[in-house]
Design a protein around this ligand. Structure first.
Ligand SMILES: [Zn+2]
Length: 217
């Protein structure tokens, strides 16, 4: 079986995504790219996360051809594949339907740096217009909308997060949902103070220093 470890990781984070409320039902999807093998492991289409088994995870090439898996890959596979084609610094994509990210996406508003944790996305999170789910138009707009950031809002739909590995991409999705909630709720109370570009530059420096201070495992 190809990409066994990645299949296990995808099942673990898919179930965590569902249990933590980052998505509802079978919405959302997760993939991991092995650049040496040239294969992407991705959640299957329309299978309950709590019933996922390793053999259910689809393995596809970057051109979309399915190599292994008992089910069809996620209907958003093109969005995942285009992200890997555009960005050589990412190995995982997490797409969620989390509540506060969706509220912002339905308002077609970006999430500004209201809290330093938005540094996980590398700054403000833009929102692309609405495109039908599973469409190539959505895949193109989402992968282009990411630019060099780690997250983008999908208009009237949800959140797309990317990372160096699946743990990182999941953290981006989880934290940007938290920042979206902070921004939405503080906006109800008043006008939240937004961090400046200089403030965020310092955050990135501190993130780097923090990363370097952790023992490598
Ligand atoms: Zn979706």
């Amino acid at each position: 079986m190809l990409m066994e470890k990645e299949r296990q990781d995808i099942i673990y984070y898919s179930q965590k995504m569902a249990e933590s409320g980052l998505t509802k039902g079978t919405g959302g999807n997760i993939s991991v790219y092995d650049r040496e093998l040239g294969y992407v492991a991705i959640t299957p289409s329309a299978v309950d996360y709590d019933e996922l088994k390793p053999e259910d995870i689809a393995i596809v090439k970057l051109d979309g051809t399915q190599v292994e898996g008992d089910y069809l890959p996620s209907s958003e596979k093109d969005m995942h594949l285009l992200c890997y084609k555009k960005r050589d610094d990412i190995q995982a994509v997490v797409h969620t339907h989390s509540l506060y990210a969706i509220i912002m996406a339905c308002l077609h508003e970006e999430i500004p740096p209201v809290h330093y944790l938005i540094g996980f996305a590398k700054g403000r999170v833009k929102c692309i217009p609405y495109y039908p789910f599973g469409s190539m138009e959505l895949a193109i707009a989402a992968s282009e909308g990411l630019e060099d950031k780690n997250a983008v809002l999908l208009g009237n739909h949800g959140l797309l997060a990317v990372g160096a590995d699946v743990k990182h991409a999941y953290s981006v999705a989880e934290i940007i949902e938290f920042v979206a909630e902070i921004y939405y709720k503080t906006s109800l109370k008043g006008a939240p103070q937004i961090l400046s570009d200089d403030d965020m530059e310092e955050v990135y420096c501190r993130f780097d220093a923090y990363r370097k201070s952790k023992p490598s495992s």
